[in-house]
Design a protein around this ligand. Structure first.
Ligand code: AMP
Ligand code: TRP
Length: 354
């Protein structure tokens, strides 16, 4: 497995006798934390940017994976659909390879300590830093009124991670800035109240920024129809999305690969056999590659590679009680840790015990 550490204080990255990677120095145990919003289906960007790493890491480290429903209510959503979206997100993650025996899989709202720690961290977070966040600026620009929840979104994210004293956070590139802020919040808390939280490192996936199929200038996103292939899409939907992908938007004078084609190659590399990738690259280099062929091969390899995920997802969604059980048991395990951290935090902050 190749682990790529970004923003890393790599001097703190060391190997112990058991060949285990340790972050934050030999005395800090590695705790992995990450989250996904229940805002629709999980797509190739989520998978290649983050979830594939989650699946790998769960076998090595204490791992927490959270469906963040309190984050989701800071953007437009349909309340009557949210519970179903949450169950779908849990099921899709399990179908993609998260194992409830290996990792703690849970739903944010079921562990109230997240919002409680969030409030306490509010008190050490500079508003100026929140206003600088790219995701906030992007979303705020498109709205008539901006809620405090949208602004404070990264504080809740910091609370998610720090509640478990997370040291390693596997995410896509768009989350790197939020992680920088999490580190700053941890530093500020520690400086004010005494050493409490490790500063978590970011771990980017093999494809940290998968681009939209229908507009390779922006990232693949659940909120852009036609931009993505969902992990659980039926074969016809996969073929159609890939067939419609934007490739060349005109000749490129410098002869470089256009972003749309590069994106298709990134996806091909993740899902197709090495020989296929080499054959396609060779054809491209010789100027003999027909994009229709590239798309056809990619679509068929995707259909095949995603088949087991699709099947497991259907099986799980046919047994919603089993999905609920996974999330319930995950929350019970998460809460034990969350309670302990919060007791320590409350005591340090001077919250009365009666
Ligand atoms: P979200 O769906 O926004 O909750 O994102 C869940 C995870 O997927 C986060 O770690 C994101 O950074 C990652 N992610 C989302 N979109 C992409 C993308 N287009 N490329 C790579 N990673 C992504
Ligand atoms: N903000 C993240 C996203 O949109 C989701 C998230 C919430 C998260 N809490 C987190 C990711 C904690 C990593 C760690 O993708």
């Amino acid at each position: 497995m190749q682990l790529r550490i970004v923003l890393a204080r790599t001097q703190h990255l060391c190997h112990n006798a058991g060949q285990e990677l340790l972050y934050g120095g030999p005395h800090v145990k590695t705790v992995v934390f990450s989250g996904v919003q229940p805002t629709g289906l999980i797509h190739l960007g989520n998978y290649l940017g983050a979830i594939r790493n989650w699946v790998r890491l769960q076998y090595q480290y204490e791992s927490y994976y959270c469906v963040v429903d309190y984050h989701a209510i800071t953007s437009a959503y349909e309340p009557s659909h949210l519970p179903e979206r949450v169950l779908e997100a849990v099921a899709a993650n399990v179908a993609a390879g998260l194992d409830p025996e290996q990792a703690v899989i849970f739903v944010q709202s079921q562990v109230p300590e997240h919002t409680e720690l969030c409030w306490i961290l509010n008190a050490v977070t500079p508003v100026g830093e929140l206003q600088r966040m790219t995701q906030y600026k992007d979303k705020a620009r498109r709205r008539a009124t901006v809620s405090a929840g949208l602004l404070n979104y990264p504080i809740l994210q910091a609370a998610d991670i720090l509640l478990y004293k997370g040291t390693l956070v596997p995410v896509g590139e768009d989350q790197a800035q939020h992680l920088e802020l999490t580190r700053e919040i941890a530093r500020k808390f520690n400086a004010t109240y005494g050493e409490t939280f490790p500063e978590p490192e970011v771990l980017l996936g093999d494809c940290p920024r998968v681009m939209a199929l229908n507009d390779p200038a922006v990232k693949m996103s659940k909120s852009i129809p036609g931009s993505y292939v969902a992990l659980t899409d039926e074969p016809e939907a996969i073929r159609e999305a890939i067939a419609r992908a934007v490739t060349d938007v005109g000749p490129r004078p410098d002869g470089t690969m256009s972003p749309g084609v590069a994106n298709l190659f990134d996806i091909l590399e993740a899902f197709s056999p090495v020989e296929t990738v080499e054959r396609m690259r060779q054809a491209y280099a010789e100027g003999a590659l027909r994009y229709a062929d590239l798309k056809r091969v990619l679509a068929e390899d995707l259909v095949e590679a995603l088949a087991p995920i699709r099947r497991r997802y259907r099986e799980l969604m046919a047994r919603p009680d089993a999905v609920r059980d996974i999330a319930r048991q995950g929350a019970a395990r998460a809460r034990e840790v969350a309670r302990t951290t919060l007791a320590e935090v409350r005591q340090k902050v001077g919250i009365i015990t009666l």
